[in-house]
Design a protein around this ligand. Structure first.
Ligand code: C2E
Ligand code: MG
Ligand code: MG
Ligand code: MG
Length: 280
């Protein structure tokens, strides 16, 4: 609609704001109710060592089992939870649930592998993150080396604050993984500055790796660099045998992607990968 004069402009502007505010309040209420009613669940995607098909880790990925809308992926609600600030509470729930579940699997005779949990920026910078996490680990009985925090380069804007937080976490035995690697800023300097155990090559470099020699060069360079810096490296978003063969040939044994498995509900992951008599 064409805005004709100042009065109308103001009218539209005001309606827009009301609408935005309303949506935000509604979303905030929905998220709060969902937390209270326990509508969030975690799916788990296995990380696999391609040379022997062993499971070497799992990534916890949140879902919202919505009463009317069905199973919602994080792309539909995480950014809202970030806007309302509820991401800190939600994220701490994810940490508690993932640690609890991993300890249960270990107690049931499952492999001693880490569970990876995605952190959001607000959560990473929350007051007393270390205390919060150590409390959760103690409560669950999971040893710190089995918790891997996935952070992204975009969270590290304040370099010295971030280094302090990461050093505290790793001094206490927690593992750090750099997610979506290659899509953010100043990737290389971060690797030098921060205590990082594992680099996850972003899916966007894997997607066209069969056809694109540029992507093959980037992936191969990341793998070589990670090896020289004594970091583990894993390729995300492996969907086909052809993609798998290329990353393995480039020296990356650890992979995660639909080729092996989509993210699964806990019972399914358990049956297929953790407590099964044979792993694959
Ligand atoms: P991410 O951490 O990079 O997770 C990988 C995403 O790629 C997941 O999407 C996963 O299902 C998907 N994926 C895995 N393998 C393949 C593949 O072979 N092909 C394709 N096309 N996709 C694959 P999902 O579960 O929808 O999560 C999206 C993003 O939401 C995550 O990206 C992460 O940034 C965020 N997220 C998920 N769970 C949490 C959480 O508990 N807390 C926070 N703060 N963020 C979360
Ligand atoms: Mg991740
Ligand atoms: Mg990722
Ligand atoms: Mg991502």
């Amino acid at each position: 609609e064409v805005k004709k004069n100042g009065k109308n402009d103001y009218q539209f502007f005001s309606d827009d704001l009301d609408e935005q505010l309303l949506q935000r309040v509604e979303m905030e209420n929905d998220l709060r109710k969902a937390l209270e009613r326990g509508e969030f669940i975690l799916y788990y995607q296995p990380q696999i060592r391609a040379d022997n098909n062993h499971i070497i880790g799992v990534e916890a990925l949140i879902r919202w089992q919505h009463p009317d809308k069905g199973l919602l992926p994080p792309g539909l609600f995480i950014s809202h939870a970030e806007e309302t600030g509820q991401i800190v509470e939600l994220g701490n729930w994810v940490l508690r649930e993932a640690c609890r579940q991993m300890r249960l699997w270990q107690d049931a005779g499952g492999p001693l592998i880490p569970v990876a949990v995605n952190l959001s920026s607000q959560q990473f910078h929350q007051y007393n993150l270390l205390g919060e996490i150590m409390g959760i680990l103690e409560e669950s009985g999971l040893a710190p080396q089995y918790l891997e925090l996935e952070i992204t380069e975009s969270m590290m804007m304040n370099a010295s604050a971030s280094a302090g937080i990461l050093n505290n976490l790793t001094r206490n035995g927690i593992r750090i993984s750099l997610d979506d690697f290659g899509t953010g800023y100043s990737s290389f300097s971060y690797l030098k500055l921060y205590p990082i155990h594992k680099v996850k090559i972003d899916r966007s470099f894997i997607k066209d790796i069969v056809a694109s020699s540029d992507d093959r060069a980037i992936v191969s360079t990341i793998i070589t660099m990670a090896r020289h810096l004594n970091m583990q490296v894993i390729a995300e978003g492996i969907e086909t045998k052809e993609q798998l063969d290329i990353v393995v040939e480039s020296g990356c044994r650890k992979v995660q992607g639909y080729y092996y498995s989509r993210p699964l509900p806990p019972e399914e992951l358990e049956a297929k990968f953790l407590l099964a008599t044979q792993s694959l």
